[in-house]
Design a protein around this ligand. Structure first.
Ligand SMILES: [Zn+2]
Length: 734
């Protein structure tokens, strides 16, 4: 191995350490164990000795970890460090395998290596937590490579390095596979990227290429791979309809073509410019950056958006885009040769003149800043400035700005958006309401307005039974209020839903830091997010006539009207199972808890009683999550049950999952997994929704915003309505 390659390898390792930081935070309380397990003898955490003139952020960059992580590992108060100082720069050396010692638990091993129990289970095909001494556990996957036979046709300006980057390969690997002796590549020739045939995914790989066969035409290929003819033409620089046998067609935009970059900790504007091969000054201008200051999580556009196109970002759904530009999905499909509602990150959608000039007025709030407003409306800062003729950054509360109304109301959805969610704040006798920035809260909580550190939580003061009684009272009042809103349609009449907010009770799920507008750390908590989104989905489903049951209830809050968004999350460990039976004994073990010795089956139990007497094919179970999984994409995922052992999958739910994808947005995926909460679940349609992946800073940023949480809820309900409508149409036809 050349020295150069070795460096690359180290970089990859270090990058993994960065991911571990998030995972470790997420798990701190999941296992109920706070101190790291011993048994880390020969393998201690990696150490860096500070050299003259080095700064903390340089070291963070070098090791691919965040400054926050360095500060917490080394208990630093500020960013001052000195020459010779020894700094822990990673959680633990990550080897591929671990041999189980007597007394080890899965949870402790996971904690020790900073990975989730779920991913160890997944990697080792474990159905339970049980492990035995001497057992060899795989701790990580070999770096994931594109699956399926993948070839890349060399384009005019391609370099070997750029191609390798694009497919996540080393230049040397790429040269090996293709027997190249030097770096010369010839436009028009093809390079093999991966030769593996097996592809377990439902979707063709995003980098998939297709070799044209006899009898193919653009339309049949487009239909077969669910990609519009227009996009096929653009990706392959085809003018008309002519293709030839043996021609390789690119089927998806690559990540470099997605047109946006989310800044990671330690990156600089110039390193990003270099990475994407764009001019630094151009990058500054596109993003309205004057002083080269960027922050982690910031979204940068890499090309100048034309006013007559919408560049699809991960998570954009066609219905949202239609709404934003005051048009219909039908018209967008027609103008862009789309065969379905599925769109892909990086895809450019043509807008007609009327659509392109469709703006809405946004009223600037106290403490707003341009980047936040731009991101909320999926615009670049320069776009925002240009449209509003702004020449400086000073904004005043009450100013009105023209924005793309991605997240607000129009067309047929208008009815739902017109609901004033403030109407759902309860003021009844019984649970006393207290005024807070992140309310409505009831009784005497929360003590804090925001999650100030990863381990913060408000311990349960009540027994499960007391908590359940309080939650019931609150929920009854809430239901009454929802009832008063009336109905928007009867579309879901006769359908019964069980909504399962992931985690809750003693299990917060993922806890990750995010930066607020002032660069301060704010922690977001998965279970609080899941609960908020589930309650929003609850309301929307009820408005269409559905019966809905929650698996968990909180005694202290409902929908969070959080403004400012920093005040969104305070982890409360007081959600209880929505069942008198499960709470009446008032025992500690009745609190919802995940992981080892968890009581996930209680959720299934609640579903079973809720679905009793309902026609099976009208039962839908939805579990809401926003986990950390750095091996997966940052777009939403819908998981259905697939047995680890027999590999048999729940086909009905798989179809249901796939039907939801276009509504969840570009890049959304469906996949099978052996999930306990779905296994013995009586619902015919049952899925677990990973609506956000908190391994990505942009997602951690987003979930603090009420507007974006509402957007997530709407996506789910949109998908459900379309699924049910489609089935009704089919039923009538036969
Ligand atoms: Zn989760």
């Amino acid at each position: 191995m050349h020295h150069h390659d070795q460096n690359r390898f180290l970089k990859l390792e270090n990058h993994l350490y960065g991911m571990i930081f998030y995972a470790a935070l997420g798990m701190a309380t999941l296992c109920g164990v706070h101190d790291r397990a011993d048994g880390a003898d020969s393998s201690s955490p990696p150490i860096h000795v500070v050299r003259q003139g080095e700064t903390l952020s340089e070291i963070a960059l070098d090791y691919g970890v965040s400054v926050d992580a360095l500060m917490s590992w080394n208990q630093l108060r500020g960013d001052r460090i000195y020459k010779g100082q020894k700094l822990q720069v990673g959680v633990h050396p990550l080897s591929d395998w671990y041999v189980v010692k007597s007394g080890d638990t899965l949870c402790e091993i996971a904690l020790q290596y900073g990975i989730s129990t779920r991913s160890i289970q997944k990697l080792n095909d474990l159905t339970r937590d049980r492990i035995y001494p001497g057992q060899r556990l795989r701790l990580r996957q070999t770096p994931s490579q594109p699956k399926g036979k993948v070839v890349h046709t060399v384009k005019k300006d391609d370099t070997l390095w750029a191609i390798a980057q694009r497919y996540g390969l080393d230049v040397s690997e790429l040269k090996n596979i293709n027997d190249l002796t030097d770096d010369t590549i010839i436009p028009g020739t093809s390079l093999v990227i991966s030769e593996e045939i097996e592809d377990s995914r439902d979707e063709p790989n995003e980098r998939f290429e297709y070799v044209v066969r006899e009898g193919d035409n653009l339309e049949t290929i487009g239909k077969a791979f669910d990609v519009g003819v227009g996009l096929l033409r653009r990706l392959n620089q085809i003018q008309g309809d002519h293709i030839f046998v043996g021609q390789k067609l690119q089927l998806r935009p690559s990540s470099l073509e997605e047109g946006v970059h989310v800044v990671r900790q330690g990156e600089s504007l110039s390193s990003i410019a270099k990475k994407y091969d764009v001019n630094l000054q151009e990058l500054r201008e596109i993003n309205g950056i004057e002083d080269d200051k960027i922050f982690s999580g910031q979204k940068l556009r890499l090309s100048r958006p034309s006013s007559s196109t919408h560049i699809v970002e991960k998570g954009d759904a066609l219905w949202e885009i239609a709404r934003a530009y005051g048009t219909t999905t039908e018209s967008l499909r027609k103008n862009n040769d789309l065969t379905s509602d599925r769109i892909y990150p990086g895809q450019e959608l043509r807008l007609d003149k009327k659509e392109a000039e469709h703006f809405q007025l946004y009223t600037v709030k106290e403490g707003d800043y341009l980047d936040r407003i731009a991101r909320l409306h999926q615009m670049s800062v320069s776009e925002l400035k240009q449209i509003n003729c702004l020449d400086n950054h000073v904004l005043y509360a009450g100013d009105k700005l023209k924005v793309k109304p991605i997240l607000t109301k129009s067309t047929e959805w208008v009815k739902i958006s017109e609901i004033d969610w403030k109407d759902l704040i309860i003021s009844v006798e019984g649970p006393g309401r207290i005024r807070t920035g992140n309310g409505p809260y009831f009784y005497s909580r929360p003590k804090a307005q925001r999650q100030s550190h990863a381990d913060y939580y408000e311990g349960p003061r009540l027994t499960t039974l007391q908590s359940y009684r309080q939650a019931q009272k609150l929920w009854d009042a809430f239901e009454l209020q929802v009832e008063r809103l009336g109905r928007l349609s009867d579309a879901l009449d006769g359908w019964h839903f069980v909504l399962d907010p992931g985690h809750g009770g003693l299990d917060p799920g993922a806890v990750v830091p995010s930066l607020d507008g002032n660069g301060h750390s704010v922690y977001v908590v998965e279970d609080e997010y899941a609960y908020d989104v589930a309650v929003r989905v609850y309301v929307l489903l009820r408005l269409h006539g559905a019966e809905v049951t929650m698996t968990l209830l909180s005694p202290n809050h409902l929908i969070r009207h959080s403004d400012p968004p920093t005040m969104t999350f305070v982890n409360e460990k007081n959600e209880v199972y929505n069942s008198y039976e499960l709470n009446k004994s008032g025992q500690w073990k009745n609190w919802p808890i995940g992981g080892r010795n968890g009581n996930l089956s209680s959720r299934v139990h609640i579903a079973r009683s809720a679905f009793k007497g309902v026609s099976k094919d009208r039962c839908i179970f939805l579990s809401f999550h926003a986990d950390i999984d750095s091996n997966e994409s940052d777009a939403p995922a819908v998981l259905y049950y697939k047995s680890r052992k027999s590999k048999r999958s729940d086909e009905t739910s798989r179809k249901f999952a796939k039907a939801l994808l276009p509504f969840l947005g570009a890049g959304a995926e469906a996949r099978g997994q052996g999930l306990a909460v779905l296994r013995d679940n009586p619902a015919q349609h049952k899925v677990l929704l990973e609506l956000r992946n908190l391994a990505y800073t942009d997602n951690a940023w987003a979930i603090r915003f009420e507007e974006l949480r509402h957007r997530d809820a709407e996506k789910v309900v949109r998908g459900i309505l379309a699924f049910v409508k489609n089935r009704t149409v089919m039923a009538k036809r036969y």
